[in-house]
Design a protein around this ligand. Structure first.
Ligand SMILES: [Zn+2]
Length: 442
């Protein structure tokens, strides 16, 4: 209560928000040792190629996914069965593309922690199960995939272990996705499954390569990481595209708002970290498992190391001209993976503790001295934050907190000169992702 009262006095603010000691506890609880054990186990399955052996208990993707499922099941049994753990799978037929050389079941491992208040609202953390080497179709030779992407998978398991000790208002899903290297099949399958089940996915935090701190250029950096987000959803209508020309929103799609949320939460709780928002769907021309969720109209971003090392990624294990090639365990920095896992965990916890974002946000104030906003009441919200920022700023730099109202006029803030958005704040102080206006009010 005291925290919220304080906010009323500071209507102009940079990245300041309420803090909760629980979030610091979560950061502390993420263990680099557990992450090291998990990555080591995954790398030791030899290969986790999507088309690799499924019978052996020691080698191949079958052994890997059974181990991941058993890890989630153990975590669940330690929290009074708080996780619903299951395989979600789709048969992908031979020649679906050039990388599917035989019929294969693409099997994801899903662990759902049901929310207490908004069980059908889901925030998702994902990593990938599968790995590859130089030839994407080589499913027999060693492909440890320690960084790509045992790191993301190990972080997802560790976040589940830590967060399963708490209860949240929204549901959290921890998922290992398969078929990434063969064409993003696992994400496609789960996004389709989510649509069929009517899940309201608030956001997907896809972790792909969160363990390398030494770039191929020699830069060593264990503080910076990237948050990739696409500008606007690919599912928008032609009418929405046309409206954007007049009313704005080119850099304010739902995935971008999720990226800003993660940026802000990290700045508040882990100020030693240097989150870098990248205004792109993904690396130039390359792919990741958040994309199929974006394709289905869901918010989704990619969390990733800042400096990639291409000699240690998608490479046959070998030494050539003195350079050690291959995605080996020894190149992973477990403490960095721990930090990026903590970034995920605190954002999962924050979003899962918050009320839903306001809907139907309208904006007006054309040829007036003041901008006005109006939105639908959010059940369970104590108040709202109206944000605005300079049109050239990447972050929501200013806000006004209000209670008991669903419309507000910002005196003297000229509509033309800023971008605006609204978030909902719960009784517990947690805040939703910002919603950008989608209609005009007069
Ligand atoms: Zn890869």
């Amino acid at each position: 209560m005291k925290k919220l009262t304080l906010l009323l006095f500071f209507s102009f603010n940079l990245v300041v928000g309420q803090t909760d000691t629980k979030i610091y506890d979560i950061i502390e609880a993420i263990s680099a040792d557990n992450i090291k054990t998990n990555i080591t186990t995954l790398a030791n399955f030899g290969t986790r190629h999507t088309l690799s052996d499924t019978i052996s208990n020691t080698r191949g993707i079958g052994a890997a996914r059974r181990w991941i499922k058993s890890e989630f099941t153990t975590i669940s049994s330690n929290c009074n069965n708080c996780l619903n753990v299951f395989y979600q799978k789709d048969l992908v037929k031979k020649n679906a593309n050039k990388r599917i050389t035989k019929d294969v079941w693409v099997v994801n491992i899903v662990a759902v922690q049901k929310g207490t208040k908004y069980p059908n609202n889901y925030i998702i953390m994902s990593g990938d199960i599968d790995s590859r080497i130089t030839d994407p179709n080589n499913y027999t030779d060693d492909a440890p995939g320690a960084n790509d992407n045992a790191s993301g998978m190990a972080g997802t398991i560790e976040a589940a272990r830590v967060l399963s000790k708490y209860k949240f208002e929204n549901s959290i899903i921890y998922v290992g996705l398969s078929g990434e290297e063969q064409g993003l099949f696992g994400g496609k399958g789960l996004a389709k499954y989510a649509k069929e089940k009517g899940w309201n996915i608030v956001g997907v935090m896809n972790n792909d390569m969160i363990g390398n701190i030494k770039g191929v250029d020699g830069v060593i950096d264990n503080r910076t990481f990237r948050i990739f987000s696409e500008p606007v959803p690919p599912t928008e209508t032609e009418q929405q595209r046309k409206a954007r020309r007049f009313y704005g929103g080119e850099v304010d799609g739902i995935s971008r708002q999720l990226a800003r949320y993660i940026y802000k939460t990290t700045k508040i709780y882990m100020p030693e970290m240097n989150p870098k928002m990248i205004y792109r769907l993904d690396r130039f021309g390359r792919g990741g498992h958040h994309r199929p969720f974006n394709d289905a109209g869901f918010a989704g971003i990619r969390i990733m190391e800042a400096h990639e090392n291409y000699t240690q990624q998608h490479q046959d294990i070998r030494t050539e001209n003195g350079i050690e090639y291959g995605d080996k365990l020894k190149f992973v920095n477990f403490d960095y993976t721990k930090k990026l896992t903590a970034v995920n965990a605190i954002n999962l916890a924050s979003i899962a503790s918050a009320p839903p974002s306001p809907q139907n946000v309208g904006i007006g104030g054309i040829v007036e001295a003041s901008a006005k906003l109006k939105w639908d009441k959010v059940e369970g919200a104590k108040g709202y934050k109206i944000y605005w920022r300079e049109t050239t700023s990447p972050t929501w730099d200013h806000f006004k907190y209000i209670e008991n109202l669903t419309e507000f006029t910002l005196d003297g803030i000229v509509l033309d000169n800023y971008f605006f958005g609204v978030s909902a704040v719960g009784e517990n102080g947690y805040e939703s992702i910002v919603c950008f206006p989608s209609k005009i009010i007069r």
